[in-house]
Design a binder for this molecule. Sequence first.
Ligand code: 0RA
Length: 646
Amino acid sequence: MSEEIKKNNYSADSIQALEGMEHVRMRPSMYIGDVGVRGLHHLVYEVVDNSIDEAMGGHCDTIGVAINEDGSVTVEDNGRGIPVDLHKKEGVSALEVVMTKIGAGGKFDKDSYKVSGGLHGVGVSVVNALSVHMKSTVFRDGKIYEQEYERGKAMYPVKQIGETDKRGTRQTFYPDDTIFTQTTEFSYDTLSARMRELSFLNKGITITFTDKREVDEKGEFKVEVFHSDEGLKEYIRYLDGNREPIISHVISMDHEKGEIPVEVALIYNTSYTENIFSYVNNINTHEGGTHLQGFRSGLTRTLKKYADASGMLDKLKFEIAGDDFREGLTAIISVKVQEPQFEGQTKTKLGNREVVSPVSQAVGEMLENYLEENPNDARIIIQKVILAAQARHAAKKAREMVQRKTVMGGGGLPGKLSDCSEQDPARCEVYLVEGDSAGGTAKQGRDRNFQAILPLRGKILNVEKAMHHKVFENEEIRNIFTALGVTVGTAEDSKALNLEKLRYHKVIIMCDADVDGSHISTLILTFFFRFMKELIEEGHVYIAAPPLYLVKKGNKKEYAWNDVQRDQANERMGGSAAIQRYKGLGEMNAEQLWETTMDPSFRTLRQVTIDSLAEADRVFSMLMGDEVPPRREFIEKNAVYANIDA
Ligand code: 0RA
């Protein structure tokens, strides 16, 4: 290491900088959360954030993001260009300081509109430290400047490489596979969803996203251009595209109250789901916080006041609760906070108290105006609220029954559950198995020490279309709640999930590898997503991968999970092997099911994760909701996955 320091030693301070960069490489998770798929994609978000900041300051309007042929990523903007002049304190160019010093950020530009924070906002130097190679190109004052880095170390001082009439910054980085050992491959869908989200959250900016790793039949790269003139209003239309609205417009507002810019958009639909997405500085605050609190209080106060004045509640025999105002509500709240305090388990809960009242006031004003101007919609909303309150009373009764069973424990466990003997939840897993017959096979094949089996009857309830009390009355669903030991509802929040008594840390969905099987998996996932989201978020949900083929010749046998593996296995056996196509789990015997799908030393489990809550919501509402055409379109587009059986 000392050799390298000497080579790049422009000033004594750079040694300190190097130490900071070494620390990033030693403890990457402290800076980007983790070094798995999520952390890898954070690198891109970090670089894009810097360009978004430049755009928010009004200095640029176009951002290009590309996955290159070699798997590296390039982010380019038409902003002012990162300054390259000498940084007096550091003795090297400002660009080099930004790229190689931890926490340098945009500190030298006090006027810049910079609000990054939370998981992002750690600085582009972190990306540099975690890349085998990075190159910065700056177009500024008619000149092109360049500097390259290896694992965060400058390879040479900034140099001028030409002239230009362009302005802007281009960053290309190649993630380090000694850090990201799981994978360095970027997911098109993950990045595309984030770029779309960013374009809705920052209206007016154009984000072009290109994947250069593959070309289509016409020899062209996959390109998407994201641009939103209406921001959150359009975002709501996009998210709720597969739901039926009950009012005529998206209700929205965008203004700065005091110091804090607040944007809100909402609509009511025919569903029973509450769908609120909140953002702080473009970061999805999964755990909510003070901006969400402000939103809720503004909504409840204003609707309640209107409803009281309208006389519609006069004959009501029961109380209306906060929840009732949010059934069938889809809303997005986006605030920009200069010094955000992030709290909570995943640091995605806004803690700044000063945010509550501006959001609450802004939401109140927005709603009051809308209700005043659209009395018909106002009446429809209040009617929906009353229906929700009625249904809630019914649901409460049904839920209490689930609760009672769970709390009593022991005899309370569902009769269909074949439990394991191990007591420590961290070592226990439960297989949710499609059908009683496969359930029986799994029961024989399992390791009963730590594997429990819960067979599910046919297609479980589609919770996307059912009222809440129907969900809690459903036997299969009650069995899942009781088997898992999970309860719903606390004194403060009737929908809060209690995972403390979770009986298995791995919940594994095991269905046939055909269209019906994937439908059933999707139904179960929809249920988890709507009613046990935390179970997914905390990484407890998995999908088992049963094989599609058994390839057999003489005393040799191999399993195959796709056609390529099947053909390769056949070749290895010298061709003309007997090939059995498994039409379902039921065709496997207990031993086969164990060795392919349940044995921890051999099986592959796919962990279910959520990249974007908003995108997941849209997909589930499409797959499981009322409207058929969009679902057909999605299934056709994703036919490779959906069409396993054809
Ligand atoms: C601070 C000062 C100036 C530009 C930037 C930051 C800047 C940073 C990034 C990061 C990605 N793209 C960017 N574009 C600009 C220049 C201030 C000036 O020219 O007066």
